[in-house]
Write a protein that binds this ligand. Structure first.
Ligand code: NAD
Ligand code: UDP
Length: 389
């Protein structure tokens, strides 16, 4: 049955059905957002992407109960004149399209800059010219390194929150030098944020900027050699999943000392739905979306994933479950890293009353159960073929 029309926003007003142009809808976040919008709302989605594998169950073909609710538009926003028409027909545009895997930042710096800045320009322009609302996906990487990271490692001030907690309206953006091309991504994202902010200030664009802090869960990226290139390097969740599925050691880059906070994709999607449906509270805002309670070093993440995967698969641990690799070996020249990422949650809490719920252990259990179920057989087949030939 269709969801009831009587859903209310945070101020108690009925939510009117929206038409949403979602660019990058076929990606990790887009696929979860499409599912959520189809399951719990009456909104209509134009799903724009160059591929649709992750939303095939929703669009190819759309199941009968979703007829008229979601359509897939295969187009590259770099060079397709249909984009403006779709934005004009929609009430709201959500832009998720980006190159956003660290392995690309220093090896494909031009594509990274074009994708995250140049290709987003027409989207911002069409929204501004046609008075359409825009929710743009930026990144927590715009904060770069923490202030505390420049202090000696045993300095007591490193423990003070003002030296590491990342605040939307106060923290500086601290990037490394130009030769460290890792920061080209962060810099491109920062400039598009500034441009959107300026469109708001000078031309009245209604915008919301989202800064995701390591959202993870099922369907993130790809497993190399199964549903992505064998030599491809996805983000850490998929790298470690791939290692566990193949029973090879997890690779810790530069000792795995960097710290991250991981949030479950389904918690984060709740925050995005609140932004979509509460424009008066979300317009003009930049929101951190993360889980400050789920902080680990990359080494701790590797240990936890190894333990959880052992329980899920019933496979015994390896003698050597982890190995160290240098960032140069793993990513190549020009790699650098964010040291620590704790999101301040004051603004999203105040505006939208949102808080993350799922502890890291629980989200890893759900996610690794999915990885095992989805990929284990394919990997077994592939490995036995390789050993036979
Ligand atoms: P993703 O790579 O899974 O999704 C991006 C989608 O955009 C892909 O499906 C891709 O095909 C599509 N796309 C890219 N260029 C396109 C183009 N020119 N035309 C049409 N489609 C195009 O990544 P994701 O994790 O879903 O991230 C979505 C957004 O959130 C990105 O802007 C990313 O920078 C941001 N973000 C995500 C995270 C996270 O934790 N997942 C963290 C920080 C920032
Ligand atoms: N990393 C790692 N081993 C891997 C993949 C990633 O040690 O196989 C590290 C990487 O160097 C970084 C962290 O894990 O410190 C998170 O990387 P990810 O690609 O998920 O994205 P980031 O959070 O840096 O944007």
């Amino acid at each position: 049955p269709p969801p009831s029309a009587a859903r209310l926003d945070l101020d108690g007003s009925p939510i009117a059905p929206l038409t949403i142009c979602m660019i990058g809808a076929g990606g990790f976040i887009g696929s979860h957002l499409c599912e959520k919008l189809m399951a719990e709302t009456n909104h209509v989605v134009f799903a724009v992407d160059v591929y649709c594998d992750k939303i095939r169950h929703l669009v190819d073909p759309a199941p009968p109960h979703l007829a008229g609710r979601i359509s897939f538009h295969r187009l590259n926003i770099k060079n397709d004149s249909r984009l403006e028409g779709l934005i004009k027909m929609a009430d709201l545009t959500i832009n998720l399209a980006a190159i956003c895997t660290p392995a690309d930042y220093n090896t494909r710096p031009l594509d990274t800059i074009y994708s995250n800045f140049i290709d987003a320009l027409p989207v911002v322009k069409y929204c501004s010219e046609n008075n359409k609302r825009l929710i743009h996906f930026s990144t927590c990487e715009v904060y770069g390194k923490t202030i505390g990271s420049f202090l000696p490692s045993d300095h007591p001030l490193r423990k003070e929150p003002e030296f590491y907690v990342l605040k939307e309206d106060e923290s500086p953006c601290i990037f490394g030098p130009i030769v460290k091309q890792r920061w080209s991504y962060a810099c491109a994202k920062q400039l598009i944020e500034r441009l959107i902010f300026a469109e708001g200030a000078e031309n009245g664009l209604e915008f919301t900027i989202v800064r995701p802090f390591n959202w993870i869960g099922p369907r993130m990226d790809f497993i190399p050699g199964v549903d992505g290139p064998s030599e491809g390097v996805p983000r850490v969740l998929a790298c470690f999943s791939n290692n566990l599925l193949r029973r090879e050691p997890l690779k810790l880059v530069d000792g795995g000392q960097s710290q991250r906070t991981f949030v479950y994709i389904k918690d984060a999607i709740e925050a995005v739905l609140l932004m979509i449906e509460n424009p008066a509270r979300a317009n003009g805002q930049i929101f951190n979306v993360g889980n400050p309670n789920n902080e680990v070093t990359v080494r701790e993440l590797a240990e936890m994933m190894t333990e959880v995967y052992g329980n899920v698969s019933g496979e015994p641990p390896l003698d050597e479950p982890m190995i160290d690799v240098s960032s140069e070996q793993f990513y190549g020249e020009g790699y650098d890293d964010s040291d620590k990422r704790i999101p301040d949650m004051t603004i999203i809490n105040k505006q939208l009353g949102w808080n993350p719920k799922t502890p890291l252990k629980d989200l890893l259990e759900t996610t690794l159960t999915y990885q095992h179920k989805t990929y284990k057989e394919a990997i077994k087949r592939q490995m036995s073929q390789a050993s036979a030939s």
